[in-house]
Design a protein around this ligand. Structure first.
Ligand code: AMP
Ligand code: MG
Length: 422
């Protein structure tokens, strides 16, 4: 957006000249690519998206094994065996877990076997100890078994060459176990983006410091830390940066090697000390937009080198909403995810909500199940500095542009930002 367009924007409530949220998000996402895939150790690949189809290099199970403690036999030898008419077999050895059996099962023979031990050659079934009388050199079998009984066949679960993880699939707990079983210790996945978080403002102090009058503690770094983590990224706290163009540029550059993306808060509106804007405006790599949303109207987005840079507004609620609307979908795209949206429900508004006609308003609400479906109750005032109202909320109700008053009882779409277990 050019400076002359900026000057036309005098009536923000009307929404005139503002960029629609969908369009702004589209601009962001069109400039974001999934991170280059890496072969990561299984535990680090947890939660990441597979960048290729993974096929099993082996059968699973990879050898036939016993499902019971008992005797490996030839099924043909024990046809007709019963408690009244047991069949007597010669015990020729023992099959143990973790070892290749040294014996085979010949005709009229049995091999003592433990659960999980490989079934010796010649044997095709296992008779559990409960159905046998172990006499040392001889065993009496009380049960007729069919071939395959109590044997876990090789390849029953997975055949060598079978696909075990689809491309684009997110690796959860069962997939990690499967990859470990199959001997794929370094699956090729899209890594988690490392997101450098900067807080700009001369008034800020860390939460460990007692603010002097007029100073405030840096909330945004921690909101963003949690939000990046929840999105699956790796947050890196770069700390507080003064409202000084050189300091901001130096800090950004000093973190460049560690970063896959940058997120700053503050300094993107029109005030005289709007440092992020001053540092990047008209350099062609970061653009500043006025988006038809509340909170979160001023936004900066672009690249520093080849790393995406998100310049979010400074107010704590604006930061959170902007992250949800723009940064989170972008981080998910970097991770190779295809579903970039939060889950949404339609809910009934418990109270009237007023807002700016020209903007999409995100209202902090607590959503709960009522008798006739979901009910959304606003958690407090509209001010974008009111961070406790956000902490009480589990969703953002979306009042579309064009609606100045959403009456109590009307239906709203709500984006849920906490899982239903929370
Ligand atoms: P700015 O856009 O930089 O003027 O910031 C807008 C408002 O958000 C100001 O009242 C700032 O003091 C406040 N603010 C900016 N950064 C933070 C932060 N990291 N934590 C809490 N409040 C902040
Ligand atoms: Mg500031």
């Amino acid at each position: 957006m050019s400076g002359s367009e900026d000057r036309r924007l005098h009536d923000h409530d009307s929404g005139e000249g503002l960029l629609a949220v969908d369009e702004a998000l589209e601009r962001v996402l069109s400039q974001i690519q999934p991170l280059t895939p890496l072969e990561l150790p299984i535990s680090e690949a947890y939660g990441c998206v597979a960048a290729e189809e993974i096929r099993s290099p082996t059968d699973l199970p990879s050898f036939p094994s016993s499902a019971m403690d008992g005797f490996a036999v030839r099924a043909a030898d024990v046809v007709g065996a019963s408690p009244e008419r047991p069949v007597e077999l010669k015990v020729v050895g023992r099959a143990m877990i973790g070892r290749r059996p040294e014996v085979t099962v010949g005709s009229g023979e049995a091999v003592r076997i433990a659960t999980g031990a490989p079934v010796p050659a010649g044997g095709d079934a296992v008779v559990p100890v409960e159905n046998a009388d172990d006499g040392g050199d001889l065993v009496r079998i009380f049960e007729a078994v069919v071939a395959g009984r109590h044997v876990r066949p090789q390849g029953e679960d997975v055949r060598r060459g079978d696909p075990i993880v689809r491309k684009g699939m997110r690796l959860g707990a069962p997939e990690l176990g499967l990859l470990a079983s199959a001997g794929v210790p370094h699956p090729l996945v899209h890594p988690r983006p490392r997101v450098v978080i900067l807080s700009t403002g001369d008034e800020l102090v860390p939460p460990t410091t007692e603010p002097r009058f007029g100073q405030i503690r840096d909330a945004n770094a921690y909101t963003l830390f949690g939000a990046v983590r929840e999105a699956g990224g790796v947050p890196i706290l770069a700390g507080i940066v003064r409202d000084d163009v050189d300091e901001l540029r130096e800090t950004v550059l000093s973190f460049d090697l560690q970063a896959d993306a940058f997120v700053s808060s503050g300094g993107v509106s029109v005030g005289e000390r709007d440092v992020v804007k001053a540092a990047f405006f008209q350099r062609g790599d970061v653009s500043f937009y006025r988006v038809a949303m509340q909170p979160g109207m001023p936004q900066g987005f672009g690249h520093v080198g080849d790393k995406p840079f998100f310049g979010l507004p400074g107010n704590p609620v604006s930061v959170f909403v902007s992250f949800e609307v723009f940064v989170r979908p972008a981080l998910l795209k970097m991770m190779g995810r295809s579903q970039l949206r939060r889950p949404e429900v339609t809910a009934t508004l418990a109270e009237e909500v007023r807002g700016p006609v020209g903007k999409l308003q995100y209202v902090r609400v607590r959503v709960a199940r009522g008798e006739d479906g979901w009910v959304a109750t606003p958690t407090g005032g509209r001010g974008s500095n009111l961070i406790a109202t956000l902490a009480r909320a589990n969703g953002l109700a979306m009042i579309p542009p064009g609606v100045g008053v959403a009456p109590a009882g009307s239906s709203v779409r709500v984006m849920l930002f906490r899982s239903s277990e929370d």
